[in-house]
Design a protein around this ligand. Structure first.
Ligand SMILES: NC(=O)c1ccc[n+]([C@@H]2O[C@H](COP(=O)([O-])OP(=O)(O)OC[C@H]3O[C@@H](n4cnc5c(N)ncnc54)[C@H](O)[C@@H]3O)[C@@H](O)[C@H]2O)c1
Length: 282
């Protein structure tokens, strides 16, 4: 890993999982950090750990659905550090269901966190990064579910297809503007994080936890796919090593699990051939 001694790295979704591992990795490489999350306790634990190791850490507790709070995070980060070299737009959540039964509140939550949250990060950080006029990177986290239609999680898949295409458009527009900022997108396969516990972030005032759909066998069995798979996913440090290595090479779209590459090209070929999507046993 390169030396990040004079660099500043900002991360959303920093309190757990991939975001926390990114924070630890860049702290060890000497960067100053700006870390945001909705999870105040885990973010504070990370701040304590990293400052004890001598890292400069600014923290902000907010929901990425709140555009003003994101703007405030960017403003504070620039006030303190004067620049941002890497911004990881990483916070995200997952849900399951059928397209026709999942409550609309699930769709609002997923799309607001996983898509609008990215837009809020881009709007807050990218103009400042462009004005900075130094080579710097914005890194959105999508998923392999941004390239392959995972049957279990329609809102998640829709949000991650959106995240990937949003980042492509962002990079095209940065090129067109002649900016030194480059956009990148991370498409992990299953990684061992806290993602299967993400329901705890839901605001009970904004959905009905007693919605009858959540009590159905269909919903239970679909959610079991998530709770079974995440704890046996790729260790998070391995995934973050791939992310850091590929970013240092300048890779636009970063895959942590190249085993899915044939499926990605196969999907495109099937679409062009006019075939129906092929089901995969879950
Ligand atoms: N773990 C996987 O298998 C996997 C696979 C593909 C993509 N991803 C993506 O990686 C990213 C990081 O997820 P993770 O796997 O590390 O999960 P995680 O739950 O361990 O970490 C996500 C972090 O985002 C925070 N967060 C959730 N909602 C938030 C909100 N509204 N506002 C602010 N912070 C919020 C959580 O508190 C948590 O700290 C997500 O975008 C996720 O979709 C994960």
């Amino acid at each position: 890993m390169q030396d990040y001694g004079s660099k500043v790295v900002a991360v959303t979704g920093a309190a757990n999982g991939i975001g926390r591992e990114l924070a630890r990795r860049f702290a060890a490489a000497g960067a100053g950090l700006a870390l945001a999350d909705i999870d105040a306790d885990h973010l504070e634990a990370l701040r304590t750990e990293l400052t004890a190791g001598g890292t400069d850490v600014l923290t902000a507790v907010f929901d990425v659905r709140d555009a003003e709070a994101m703007e405030d995070f960017a403003r504070r980060t620039y006030d303190v550090y004067g620049a941002v070299d890497l911004f990881f737009n990483n916070a995200g959540v997952i849900s399951v269901g059928t397209v026709w039964e999942q409550p609309l509140a699930d769709w609002d939550w997923l799309l607001d966190v996983n898509v609008k949250g990215l837009v809020h990060g881009i709007k807050a950080f990218v103009p400042r990064m462009i004005a900075q006029n130094t080579p710097c990177r914005i890194v959105d986290t999508a998923s392999i579910a941004g390239l392959l239609a995972v049957e279990n999680s329609p809102a998640y898949v829709a949000s991650k297809f959106a995240a990937l295409s949003l980042t492509e458009v962002l990079d095209l527009q940065l090129q067109a503007a002649g900016s030194k900022v480059t956009a990148h997108v991370v498409c992990p396969g299953v990684v061992r994080t806290d993602l299967d516990n993400c329901l705890r972030h839901r605001d009970p005032g904004r959905y009905d936890p007693d919605d009858p759909y959540y009590k159905t066998d269909d919903h239970r069995s679909r959610f079991a796919v998530v709770t079974r798979s995440i704890p046996v996913g790729m260790p998070v440090d391995e995934a973050v090593t791939v992310v850091v290595d590929e970013l240092e090479k300048g890779t636009f779209c970063i895959f942590t699990h190249p085993m899915y590459n044939p499926a990605v090209t196969g999907r495109t070929a099937a679409l062009v051939a006019g075939s129906r999507p092929a089901r995969v046993a879950r």
